[in-house]
Design a protein around this ligand. Structure first.
Ligand code: ADP
Ligand code: NA
Length: 327
């Protein structure tokens, strides 16, 4: 790369699960070393689009801050901040919303998925991707790590950069997607679905603060099949292949190497090997989260500094936007 600015956000929905860590956060950590400017935001404005509990939200924000730091986000390298504390996000979102048509938003995944669960969705849920575009453009970000499920939202940000530039003169670079590893961790109970925090089955998801006993129990109960040998074939053997994916990811080896290590083991014995690998990887993270979580004032201070640094970048960009718009 050489230059460029990375922006990404994560909702404060409690402690991340193994899929979030291996599919996104691990990549966030490595991007800190590859780009000169990196911003990671706990996007709390995005988490009030559906009914929510204020005390829970407050606690979830600190859980996420502790989790990100424990996973390796370095507040000296990355600006780690809380979205709602930088009011420029909301203001730019309004301005960009005025450049967006209703039909442009109707088919985006956030609305299609979540509005179905409820009889009606909020206006905030509908315009959620506009706020995401504002998050990105506010810092003139050039690179955005996203999962495949977010590609359409990034396309909106690209469109809005272009539309703004056409209307008001060049200001925003068109942000590019950095497709994070296509690695997908599957549900332990239903390997045809991805591991997700919204899975109602507790046994389906490993969170990064699970105790070694919890990890062992969940992996013991993980769905496999009637073949005892360990092979990697996600199409025909999704359950055991998910274990291989997890093993390979936490041990930083390839799937082939993981299968080699499993030679001679049946799936039951392999689950123990995978448990050890997961526990080894998660233990320092879990301990660090506990340590950080016991000192909320420190976490708040880390965020306050990030918020200040983010505001310093955001304010002049929004000032320029206001000027161009005619305010
Ligand atoms: P969830 O599906 O649990 O609600 P999010 O949608 O909040 O998770 O995703 C946060 C980040 O974690 C995204 O970058 C997403 O691509 C990644 N992610 C979520 N679930 C998985 C998974 N099972 N495997 C790999 N990456 C995942
Ligand atoms: Na999701």
């Amino acid at each position: 790369p050489g230059g460029g600015r990375v922006f990404s956000g994560i909702q404060p929905t409690g402690v991340p699960h193994l899929g979030n860590y291996l599919g996104a956060l691990e990549n966030w950590v490595s991007l800190q070393h590859r780009y000169p400017s990196v911003l990671y935001s706990i996007v709390d404005l995005h988490s009030i689009t559906q009914p929510q509990d204020p005390a829970r939200l407050r606690s979830n924000i600190l859980d996420m801050a502790a989790s990100l730091l424990a996973c390796g986000i370095d507040p000296e390298r990355a600006i780690l901040f809380q979205q709602s504390k930088v009011s420029e996000h909301a203001e730019l979102s309004w301005i960009l919303g005025c450049l967006t048509s209703m039909p442009r938003l109707r088919h985006l995944p956030q609305w299609k998925m979540k509005s179905k669960q409820r009889s009606e969705g909020s206006v905030g849920l509908y315009t959620y991707p506009v706020l995401q575009a504002a998050d990105i453009l506010l810092y003139k970000s050039t690179h955005v790590p996203v999962g495949e499920d977010q590609v359409q939202h990034l396309e909106l940000a690209q469109d809005l950069a272009r539309i703004f530039n056409n209307n008001y003169g060049d200001l925003f670079p068109e942000p590019r997607a950095l497709l994070s590893s296509t690695r997908k961790v599957k549900s332990l109970r239903d390997p045809s679905a991805k591991m997700s925090k919204s899975d109602p089955q507790a046994m389906a998801t490993i969170t990064i603060t699970d105790s070694p006993d919890d990890v062992a129990l969940k992996l013991r109960r993980a769905v496999t099949d009637f073949t005892s040998e360990v092979t990697f074939d996600p199409e025909t053997r999704p359950g055991v292949s998910n274990l291989v994916t997890i093993h390979a990811a936490v041990a930083s080896i390839s799937a082939e190497e993981a299968v080699t290590q499993a030679r001679g083991l049946d799936t039951g014995a392999y689950k123990k090997l995978v448990t050890d690998a997961v526990v080894q990887r998660l233990t320092p993270i879990r301990e660090e989260i506990e340590r950080l979580r016991s000192d909320p004032a420190h976490l708040e201070a880390v965020l306050a500094r990030g918020n200040r640094r983010a505001r310093e970048l955001a304010a002049p960009v929004l000032g320029e936007v206001r000027q161009r718009v005619g305010f």
